[in-house]
Design a binder for this molecule. Sequence first.
Ligand SMILES: C[S@@+](CC[C@H](N)C(=O)[O-])C[C@H]1O[C@@H](n2cnc3c(N)ncnc32)[C@H](O)[C@@H]1O
Length: 346
Amino acid sequence: MADDATPPDPGGPGEPRPFVHAPVMVDLVVDLLRDVPDGLYVDATLGGGSHAEAVLDAHPGLRLLGLDRDDAAIAAATRRLARFGDRVHIVRTGFDQLEQVVTEHLETADPSHTRPGHTRPGHTRPGGATAVLFDLGVSSPQLDEDERGFSYRSGAPLDMRMDRRQAFSAVDVVNEYSFPQLARVIETYGEERFAGRIARAIVDARPIQNTAHLAEVVRAAIPAAARRTGGHPAKRTFQAIRIEVNRELDQLAEALEGAMAVLAPGGRMVVMSYHSLEDRMVKQTFRDAETGGCTCPPGLPCVCGAEPTVRLLKRGAWKATDDEIAANRRAESVRIRAVERIPESA
Ligand SMILES: C[S@@+](CC[C@H](N)C(=O)[O-])C[C@H]1O[C@@H](n2cnc3c(N)ncnc32)[C@H](O)[C@@H]1O
């Protein structure tokens, strides 16, 4: 069921370590995907497979192509989804490869298939994916397992790689980046107002040995009064370094473009973001597709010939309710946006 490199279970000999990740707003995700046409459902951030499992249970006409770049997630999802048999295909890859992986998968499943989203002459059945889901960011096991180096709470090696086949890790960012590079990363991805002071403190403290050392250097660089608000003082810096290590925003830009290209008519794409930069990128991508890139002045009829390719399922984003946040703290920052591809004849 899983392509390449499905690793031995990360728990080592004996029982695999349990992969505990409480999925965010499953009911809404299932509702948004419940009525899509039968066909291929691409879960671009499979994680432990909880969203995927709920969607497959709710929609018997969907087959899953699940993607993730994390070996522990792939192993956990493979176990969780085994009961669906050949309805499930799992590939370990970055989601920047989404368009290529989907195209290859469709060609293998149906060799007469041409391009996703296009109807072959003489055929009425369009190719492509009828559902695409992104649940961005990190999973709870990535944050909670000390040796992954994502958490400021433990003295683990500076790592933070989602894909452990990758050589570049947090140690390179923390101990090798120049002061301006580091300050830019912390300011941009961490939205941290003390980015300059923190970057200077990191450069001065090198070599930084582990996550606890980094957390202490960051804490000490932030003025005492500011440390008392907004959670752990190192939270934003750790998030920024994680985004840099995993090229999260670059990958997302490529993935959204690829997902738009493979979305079949009548198909739906749902994106769950937890960071304002991600959400802004999603919003802009959906707006461009909704307007077809129209350049006419707002409020006037379109005369530039732009053709919308999607409709927004909601203007704006869904947010979690207080009850959902009480049940799952990860829901606090989620923004969910969704579009439906307009049928070609519309
Ligand atoms: C929030 S978790 C998804 C949880 C999942 N929805 C579930 O129900 O368990 C995000 C997952 O996306 C994966 N991920 C993040 N960025 C990725 C990327 N660029 N390519 C592939 N996987 C990615 C992470 O490794 C992680 O497993």
